[in-house]
Design a binder for this molecule. Structure first.
Ligand code: HEC
Length: 408
């Protein structure tokens, strides 16, 4: 049975993609792709029950596609259908999984709520953390240094044209390789579609608050459930060596994709042997995803898009204490020694882009005690990619906090 699940789910993913393209075309009638109006246009859409349902369906179908595409690929691995004879099906299904992720990631920005905008910045920072051409990648993804209408336009273009075109081509090739659509594919499409309708009716489409100026360059966000395994890889790498996050977030995923591409060659000869290699991979993926949720699941952004850390305006004293210049001076050397600049620039100083530029940070972070507790446990205040500095002693933390506070 599992032998048929893989290819059938692959076709179902393509079928859902077709439905999503139609739903997306309808939604685009009421959507405005400029940053000043995008969020308002979605708010207006949500005020009309039928449109709200459609937006919810589009959102939940996308989640169903990602889940189905992963299960499809795992079934193909388990049953050895990555091998030479079935290579077309294998490559097409892996391609559809990548399309599903690309559709979700590019589409996430479109409602342009606070979480969406910050997530786009975070993604650009993550990709921009790579040592080769990092700055150029980051600038290309944001079309500048922060989220703007140009960013939204580019991501909307990818979401509306590039990803659907790729999915159409790959899906058609899958149908050709499978020679048609089986009945169970149609059952999968119906089941997943009904699931998405139910979720759209019961939970609806999430929409967070409108972003403030600070959000467009912040990148302080919680990861969504579908990128949590990638987030875990990033965190594991950057907790070892700050600035090495790209090994987890870029290098390892690229190597996994490369392995998927060359997998069929692993069995060109002796193709009747049991798919031990594929089973090992499938088990490794399942175990890794399980462990990733176990260790980092608490960081996942809840569906309701609760407002994120709006930088401690609430905790900040109205009349911030004067800066202790001597302490700030000590703080600066502790800041350099602790490796903060492996990830942060300060104004024009430094070259790292993994985290936001800390120029002007003191305007938002005026409470030293808050900063100290943030440095001990950044994830607790929603800075999910920044490593903890709990290993520093109280004096060092205090001084670093004062230095950050002094960056006006
Ligand atoms: C491994 C990379 C890394 C290191 C090292 C690092 N940070 Fe960060 N930091 C980040 C990232 C990424 C963010 C963005 C928010 C998030 O974590 O999602 C951030 C956010 C921040 C923010 C909030 C800025 C804003 O505008 O939202 C402050 C303040 C900050 N870091 C200070 C520090 C200090 C001080 C140090 C050194 C003790 C440091 N960071 C070391 C990655 C790092």
């Amino acid at each position: 049975m599992l032998r048929r699940w893989g290819p059938d789910l692959g076709t179902a993913v393509f079928g859902l993609f077709l439905i999503q393209i139609v739903a997306g075309l309808v939604l685009s009638l009421r959507y405005q792709a400029d940053l000043a109006n995008a969020h308002d246009s979605v708010v207006q859409m949500h005020a009309l029950p039928l449109w709200k349902f459609l937006a919810g369906f589009h959102y939940w179908s996308s989640a169903a596609i990602i889940a189905a595409a992963w299960i499809c690929v795992l079934c193909l691995l388990w049953t050895g259908q990555y091998r030479w004879q079935t290579r077309a099906i294998w490559w097409c299904c892996c391609g559809l999984l990548l399309c599903a992720m690309a559709a979700q990631i590019s589409g996430n920005l479109l409602p342009a709520s606070q979480h969406d905008v910050r997530t786009a910045v975070a993604e650009a920072q993550i990709a921009g953390g790579s040592p080769i051409a990092g700055d150029a990648i980051r600038a290309a993804m944001l079309r500048g240094s922060e989220v703007s209408t140009a960013t939204l336009g580019a991501w909307y273009f990818v979401h509306r044209f590039v990803v659907p075109a790729a999915a159409l081509i790959i899906g058609t090739m899958l149908l050709a390789a499978k020679r048609g659509v089986s009945k169970s594919s149609l059952i999968w499409i119906a089941a997943l579609g009904i699931g998405a309708c139910a979720a759209a009716g019961v939970i609806g489409a999430p929409l967070g608050p409108k972003p403030q100026e600070f959000d467009f360059a912040s990148g302080a966000t919680r990861p969504m459930w579908y990128v949590l395994p990638l987030h875990a890889l990033l965190s594991i790498a950057s907790e070892r060596t700050s600035g090495a996050g790209w090994i987890g977030s870029m290098l390892i995923p690229s190597l996994v994709v490369l392995c998927a591409v060359i997998a069929p060659w692993s069995s060109r000869r002796g193709s009747d042997s049991p798919p031990a290699l594929g089973r090992l991979w499938a088990l490794a993926i399942v175990v890794f995803v399980f462990l990733a949720y176990l260790s980092y699941g608490g960081r996942v952004q809840p569906i309701d898009r609760e407002p994120l850390l709006s930088i401690p305006s609430a905790s900040a004293p109205r009349q911030p204490a004067a800066i202790d210049l001597e302490l700030a001076r000590l703080g600066r050397s502790a800041f350099l020694k602790a490796g903060c600049m492996n990830c942060h620039k300060v104004d024009g100083e430094g070259s790292a882009n993994t985290g936001p530029n800390l120029a002007g940070a003191g305007k938002r972070f005026s409470d030293r005690a808050w900063l100290v507790s943030m440095l001990k446990n950044p994830a607790a205040v929603g800075l999910s990619r920044m490593p903890s500095f709990g290993r520093l002693n109280a004096g060092q933390l205090n001084a670093i906090a004062e230095y950050v506070r002094s960056l006006k």
